[in-house]
Every structure is written in structure tokens, then in C-alpha cells.
Design a binder for this molecule. Structure first.
Ligand SMILES: O=c1ccn([C@H]2C[C@H](O)[C@@H](COP(=O)(O)OP(=O)(O)OP(=O)(O)O)O2)c(=O)[nH]1
Length: 155
């Protein structure tokens, strides 16, 4: 098994454009050699009130290569300690999106949560996208599961 420092796949290069309000902030980066997600920091300040949602500015825009996406995921520490999460997780950044990347955050906790410029608020995971076509048919092949779902196999 390769160690995490010898990742088997070459890195994907994503072009990034810093926006004026992103000046001076670190770009998304992996915290450890084996981290799946790049920590992304806030480019604005607010106190997120209990129950409040906000699309937090990151101060940059990206151009993802065709065939890939970037997923916006919560940080488990913020979720566990403060109830702060990403309601649309995994947020989808399309390869043709050129606007500012924003992190939608919600406060499920019971106290206001301060977001300060430079705070690590979420993580970004780059992933390949399998596109699909639908082929319309009259009948689908039979399976053991059939139409059973939503707990049909028991607890
Ligand atoms: O957490 C997110 C989710 C999305 N986006 C941006 C990038 C994405 O490419 C675009 C559209 O996202 P999505 O397809 O999820 O939004 P939609 O509600 O379907 O809107 P649209 O009609 O613009 O596609 O918004 C973000 O910056 N952060």
C-alpha cells in the first residue's frame, strides 16, 4: 500500500482566480498528506444565528477541468462541537461555473456562531463525474429486491 504521501493519482489542476475581497487569504489546501478535502476559509465575517443559513463568501472563483466537479462538504469538528454544517452537502461546483465559490452554512446549534475572515469553514473534494444517458424501455429486468426499499429489509 502506498503511504498517503505517495498518492497514486496525479493531482488535478484547477485554475483559481482570487477576487478583490479574497486578497491575503490562503487558497484551499490539504491539511495533511492523506486529507481528502482541501480546507476552505471564509472571506467575510458574520455571526450565524441559531437556525440561520448564509452563503459564505470565499473570495475566489475556479475553473474545474471538464469531466470533474468539486464537492463542498462540512467539517466534522464544526458539526460536532457547534452544530454548524452545510445543508446542501455535498454542494456541487459545476465545471462550467465561473462565479464566486460560496459555502452555504447553517447553524443547527443553540448559540450564535462567529465566522471570521480566514476561519476554515468547510472542505472541498475534487471528484470525477460519470455522465449518463437514459435509455427508455418498456420493462426493467427483475431483481431480488424488486420495488422494496426504504427499510424493506428490516432494521
Ligand atoms: O455550495 C455551493 C453550491 C453551488 N455553488 C455554485 C456552483 C454551482 O456550479 C452553482 C449552481 O449550483 P447548483 O447546481 O447546486 O444550484 P441550483 O440550485 O441547481 O442552481 P442553478 O440553476 O444555478 O444550477 O452554484 C456554490 O458556490 N456553492
Amino acid at each position: 500500500m502506498p503511504s498517503s504521501a505517495e498518492h497514486p493519482l496525479p493531482p488535478l489542476t484547477i485554475r483559481v482566480k482570487r477576487l478583490p475581497h479574497g486578497e491575503g487569504l490562503p487558497l484551499p489546501a490539504y491539511a495533511t498528506a492523506g486529507a481528502a478535502g482541501m480546507d476552505v476559509v471564509a472571506a467575510e465575517e458574520l455571526d450565524l444565528m441559531p437556525g440561520q443559513r448564509h452563503a459564505v463568501a470565499t473570495g475566489f472563483a475556479i475553473a474545474i477541468p471538464d469531466g470533474y466537479e468539486v464537492q463542498v462538504r462540512p467539517r466534522s469538528g464544526l458539526a460536532l462541537k457547534h452544530g454548524i454544517t452545510v445543508p446542501n452537502t455535498p454542494g456541487t461546483i459545476d465545471s462550467d461555473y465561473r462565479g464566486e465559490l460560496k459555502v452555504i452554512m447553517i447553524n443547527h446549534g443553540d448559540a450564535p456562531f462567529p465566522i471570521r475572515r480566514g476561519d476554515r469553514i468547510a472542505q472541498l473534494v475534487a471528484a470525477p463525474v460519470q455522465r449518463a444517458d437514459f435509455a427508455e424501455v418498456e420493462d426493467l429486468d427483475a431483481t431480488e429486491r424488486g420495488a422494496g426499499g426504504f427499510g424493506s429489509t428490516g432494521v
